[in-house]
Design a protein around this ligand. Structure first.
Ligand code: HMG
Ligand code: MG
Length: 293
């Protein structure tokens, strides 16, 4: 099966980096990622600059990148103000935010689950009216740093509500990287009763070292073929204390290819792009001088 990768390093990978990275370095990074074979690049986030200072240059980033035909350049849009900003620079696709717990939503977007829907519903409507596809993120879909293990039924309710208000796909975030293949299997068993596999994207962080095992479980046992990952394993959420980076794009692509999947990502180009930032990398493949591919 052909795997679809959304490269989230320019957003999830950089949002937690304290020192501001010059816009031109971000633009060069995104341009390099455009040549790696990924399907989509989450380029930035139109969030409040006080909440996430690293994303303050969202307009500039989208304005200045070279857009490679066939690659989708998406961005996080948490509310209507964010959508105005995103539309002004021609984003290809928007991602709205909610979570499976009230506490995480309150810390991340200053409102509970109910309030998050009040913010995202008008964004979904206007984005669709402008012809844009919409992703809905469900953070803490397995474990919450504030509320612990999240019951799969609760996640399912949020997912169904997102689909009901018109999002095209749902990305399930293991925000703190604590999910195990058992947790993944429990959630997917419940979700796939109501939701087709092609509307589910999995977004694993690598904190506890189970990210790749989770990807392989979801692919082999449940036929999920859409993943978010971050070049070099960069990343973390400022509102999820202790969370490390996403699963690395090069490691995900390598693991899936070696499990029989069709993956059109050039892992060496991904490593090269990640190294260009000069940040410490977390991936396995970036540490092997001459990997046997
Ligand atoms: P708020 O303070 O509740 O916003 O923040 P508000 O609607 O009350 O507005 C307050 C002021 O902010 C107003 O200005 C607005 O215009 C302005 P004033 O009238 O006072 O001068 N404002 C904005 N300015 C620029 N851009 C905007 C915007 N919105 C309002 N979009 C808000 C609510 C959602 C904006 C804030 O909480 C926020 O920006 N949160 C984002 C947090 C974030 O980016 N977290 C990281 C991404 S999520 C993540 O990493 C998880 C994920 O990777 C999946 C996973 O791993 O689970 C996706
Ligand atoms: Mg994330």
């Amino acid at each position: 099966m052909l795997v679809r990768i959304t490269e989230v390093a320019p957003r999830d990978g950089l949002q937690n980096v304290k020192d501001l990275i010059p816009t031109e370095r971000k633009v060069a990074f995104i341009n390099a990622l455009s040549e790696t074979g990924v399907d989509e690049i989450e380029a930035t986030a139109f969030v409040h600059p006080k909440w996430v200072p690293q994303m303050a240059d969202a307009e500039e980033v989208l304005r200045r990148i070279d857009r490679k035909p066939g690659v989708i350049y998406s961005a996080i849009v948490p509310n209507e103000r964010g959508l105005e900003r995103a539309l002004s620079v021609g984003v290809d696709k928007v991602a709205v935010l909610t979570a499976a717990t009230d506490t995480f939503n309150l810390k991340n977007i200053n409102t509970d689950i109910e309030g998050s829907f009040q913010k995202l519903i008008p964004v979904v409507r206007s984005a669709k009216a402008s012809g844009l596809p919409v992703r809905g993120y469900v953070s803490v879909a397995f474990w919450c740093p504030y509320e612990g293990k999240v019951p799969p039924q609760r996640v399912r309710d949020v997912v169904l509500r997102l689909l009901d208000v018109g999002v095209d796909e749902v990305s399930l975030g293991d925000t703190i990287g604590r999910a195990s293949p058992k947790d993944v299997a429990e959630l997917l068993e419940i979700l796939l009763r109501d939701v087709p596999a092609d509307r589910i994207v999995l977004h694993f962080h690598a904190t506890y070292g189970m990210g790749i095992a989770n990807v392989l479980c979801a692919y082999r046992e449940f036929g999920i073929y859409r993943y978010d990952s971050s070049a070099g394993g960069l990343g973390g959420c400022p509102y999820a204390p202790g969370a490390s980076g996403n699963v690395a794009t090069e490691d995900v692509a390598f693991a899936l290819k070696n499990s029989g999947a069709e993956v059109r990502v050039d892992v060496l180009k991904v490593v090269e792009a990640a190294k260009s930032l000069g940040l410490p990398l977390e991936s396995a493949l970036s540490r092997i001088p001459k990997p046997i591919l």
